[in-house]
Design a protein around this ligand. Structure first.
Ligand SMILES: Nc1ncnc2c1ncn2[C@@H]1O[C@H](COP(=O)(O)OP(=O)(O)OP(=O)(O)O)[C@@H](O)[C@H]1O
Ligand SMILES: [Mg+2]
Length: 236
C-alpha cells in the first residue's frame, strides 16, 4: 500500500478488509460462546482462591494464591479481548468529539511510551463529531499505539492525528518503527498471529473488528521508515 493511495489502491484495501472480516467473523461467532463459557468458571475459581487466601488457614500459602489469581486475571484479559471479536458484541454509539477522546487520553499513552523511552505526539485537525463507541475507539487507539511503541527503538515517536479528507474523517497512528514485514501484510489481523515473544496476537484482530462495527476501514502504509494505520470513517 502506498501513500496518497488512488482509487485502485483503495478498492484493493476494501477487498483486503473484506477478506480479513470474513476470517474474523468465523472466529467471532465462536468467540462469543467460548469466551462467556470460560469466563464463568474462571471467575468462580478466582473468588474461592481469594476467599481461601484471605482466611487464617490460607495465610501460609497466600503468596501462591496471589500468583494463581494473577494468572487467572491474565487469562481473563485474553478472554476479554477475544470477546471483542464477537460479531454481535453490544456497542454503545454516541455522537462524540474524537479529538477530545485523544486529548484526554494523551497523558496515559505518553506514560506508556515513556516507560520505553519513546514519545507520543498528537496533531488534531478540525473534524466533525462522529457516532462512536468511546471505549472501543480508545481500545483501538491503545492497541495501535502499543504496536507502534513495540516496533520502535528508544527515541521513537508515535504521532496520532486526525483530519478530514474529502468527506471522510481519518484517524492516523504513525510510528517510526521497523515496518511490517511483507509476508505479514495479507494475514495481518488474523487472531493469534504474533511475531513477539510475549504477544498474544489479538491486538490488530480487535482493531479490525472495532473498525467494522464503526463501518470504518482500517488500512496501513508501511516501510522501513515506519508504519501508519489509517482508520477512515465514512461520510454521513
Ligand atoms: N506498527 C507495527 N510495526 C511493525 N509491526 C507491526 C506493527 N503492528 C503490528 N505489527 C506486526 O503484526 C503482528 C500482530 O500484531 P497484533 O497487535 O495483532 O499482535 P501482537 O502485538 O503481536 O500481540 P498483542 O497485541 O496481542 O499483545 C505483530 O506481532 C507484529 O509483528
Ligand atoms: Mg499488539
Amino acid at each position: 500500500m502506498h501513500p496518497g493511495a488512488g482509487p485502485e489502491v483503495k478498492s484493493l484495501e476494501s477487498e483486503q478488509q473484506a477478506v480479513r472480516m470474513e476470517r474474523l467473523n468465523l472466529i467471532g461467532e465462536a468467540a462469543a460462546s467460548i469466551g462467556h463459557e470460560m469466563r464463568n468458571p474462571l471467575t468462580t475459581a478466582r473468588g474461592f482462591l481469594q476467599l481461601i487466601g484471605e482466611s487464617a488457614e490460607g495465610q501460609p500459602l497466600r503468596d501462591y494464591f496471589n500468583i494463581i489469581i494473577n494468572e487467572l486475571d491474565c487469562a481473563n484479559s485474553i478472554l476479554s479481548d477475544f470477546l471483542l471479536l464477537s460479531k454481535n458484541k453490544s456497542v454503545e454509539f454516541n455522537l462524540q468529539d474524537l479529538n477530545s477522546i485523544i486529548q484526554d487520553n494523551h497523558p496515559e499513552l505518553q506514560a506508556e511510551a515513556e516507560k520505553d523511552h519513546k514519545s507520543v505526539f498528537i496533531k488534531l485537525g478540525s473534524i466533525p463529531s462522529l457516532m462512536l463507541d468511546k471505549k472501543e475507539i480508545l481500545k483501538l487507539i491503545m492497541n495501535l499505539t502499543l504496536n507502534g511503541i513495540e516496533a520502535m527503538k528508544p527515541g521513537g515517536i508515535i504521532t496520532i492525528s486526525t483530519r478530514t479528507e474529502g468527506d471522510q474523517v481519518v484517524l492516523s497512528v504513525k510510528d517510526t518503527g521497523k515496518g511490517i514485514p511483507p509476508h505479514l501484510h495479507d494475514i495481518l489481523g488474523t487472531p493469534f498471529l504474533t511475531t513477539k515473544e510475549s504477544g498474544i496476537g489479538l491486538g490488530l484482530a480487535v482493531c479490525y473488528s472495532i473498525a467494522a462495527r464503526h463501518n470504518a476501514t482500517l488500512a496501513f502504509i508501511t516501510g522501513d521508515q515506519g508504519t501508519t494505520f489509517n482508520l477512515r470513517f465514512p461520510a454521513d
